[in-house]
Design a protein around this ligand. Structure first.
Ligand code: BGC
Length: 358
């Protein structure tokens, strides 16, 4: 790749939270001119500029204009999700013989850690690493915060690499046995945010199994083959091809909003998904170490949100790929465990890599 400039990271104010905490917005630029803005409020990616097949840059993530809007009405745009990504049925789980109750924030269920890691201010240390500009975020979640046991020390390092990747590395440690399931929640539109629905994007998911849900989007506990279902996206398929088929699983969610089981070995970084937007020629590959990932097609967006540059975000105008452990894992013994004990280190790496197609 031709080098456009040297990589850099700069910081400016993004305002104060409603409780008076100062928040920054960091601008990361890599050697190819790709750019990301990231705020330490919720570890949120506010914008991500990548080239199309002709080298024209567009902002590929949905986002809001102000910190206040992120505090008040963000549907988890671009944020760091924790302590527990996705749903825990009725907010209840058992750990070490003890029952825990989390506040419900999604019908009867707990979603994305409650008033979680997306709604706190992280300590931020910018640097320029060999790979590219990097932002190291740290947060200590107190014992009992949002109902979870154990003081959890979390580090999330975001790097905009010189290979046009957004690389996210998470680490966590606890002082009491707890549960952890962190992920990233950008809504992507490879044609550019605010450029209509994502149904023409061609998706490949390297996952032969998924975890079916009930009408509250809680896994039933089954791990099913995608064969013969609209969830078979093993071969390149336009997102819109099967999304409105008459299938109960799709009806529950108004489209795709499910956890797939990654084919690659758990704990190893491997390719889990690929997306190609035919008009711009942009390609995004997703790599992860996690056992699964939520593929969500923005079914709950409804055109009521005005985002960056005044864009209206309609239903299915962005999609999320959230590498993680399976939803509601603490209540399913057959799912990989999300337990973290004192002395252990939680590790999770996610890479969103951007390429130019023909
Ligand atoms: C969930 C959706 C939810 C969305 C939040 C996704 O991870 O699976 O059901 O609506 O996050 O906006």
């Amino acid at each position: 790749m031709k080098k456009a400039s040297i990589s850099s990271i700069s910081e400016k104010s993004f305002g104060k939270t409603s409780s008076g905490q100062n928040v920054s917005l960091f601008t990361l630029k890599n050697e190819n001119g790709a750019m990301a803005t990231i705020t330490n409020y919720g570890g949120t990616v506010v914008s991500l500029l990548m080239p199309d097949r002709h080298g024209k840059f567009s902002d590929l993530v949905l986002g809001l204009r102000t910190l206040r809007e992120y505090e008040e009405k963000s549907p988890y745009f671009g944020c760091l999700v924790g302590r527990f990504g996705n749903r825990i049925a009725k907010g209840a789980f058992k750990l070490g013989g003890k029952n825990y109750q989390l506040p419900a924030n999604n019908g009867p269920n707990s979603l994305h850690g409650g008033k979680g890691f997306d709604k706190v201010v992280w300590r931020a240390v910018p640097s320029v690493a060999k790979l590219g500009p990097s932002l190291r975020l740290t947060y200590t979640s107190r014992d009992g915060e949002e109902g979870y046991p154990g003081t959890l020390q979390v580090t999330a390092t975001y790097t905009l690499t010189n290979r046009n990747e957004l690389k996210l590395v998470y680490r966590a440690k606890t002082d009491k046995t707890t549960i952890v399931n962190l992920t990233h929640h950008s809504y992507f539109n490879l044609a550019g945010h605010g450029h209509g629905e994502i149904l023409d994007h061609v998706v490949t998911l390297h996952a032969g199994k998924f975890t079916p849900v009930n009408k509250n989007l809680i896994p039933t506990g089954k791990i099913s083959s995608v064969k013969g279902t609209p969830f078979d996206l093993l071969k390149p398929t336009a997102i819109g091809t099967h999304i409105d088929e008459d299938a109960a699983q799709l009806k529950f969610a108004g489209g795709y909003d499910h956890n797939w089981v990654a084919d690659k070995p758990v704990g190893q970084l491997g390719l889990i998904a690929k997306f190609e937007e035919p008009k711009s020629g942009r390609i995004m590959e997703v790599f992860s170490t996690e056992p699964g990932f939520q593929f969500y097609t923005g079914n709950f967006l409804d055109g009521s949100l005005r985002g960056k540059a005044g864009k209206i975000y309609h239903r299915r105008s962005g999609f999320c790929v959230e590498p993680q452990h399976f939803p509601d894992s603490p209540n399913h013994k057959n799912f990989p465990s999300t337990r973290l004990r004192p002395g252990e280190v939680y590790k999770n790496t996610i890479i969103y890599r951007f390429l130019k197609g023909k």
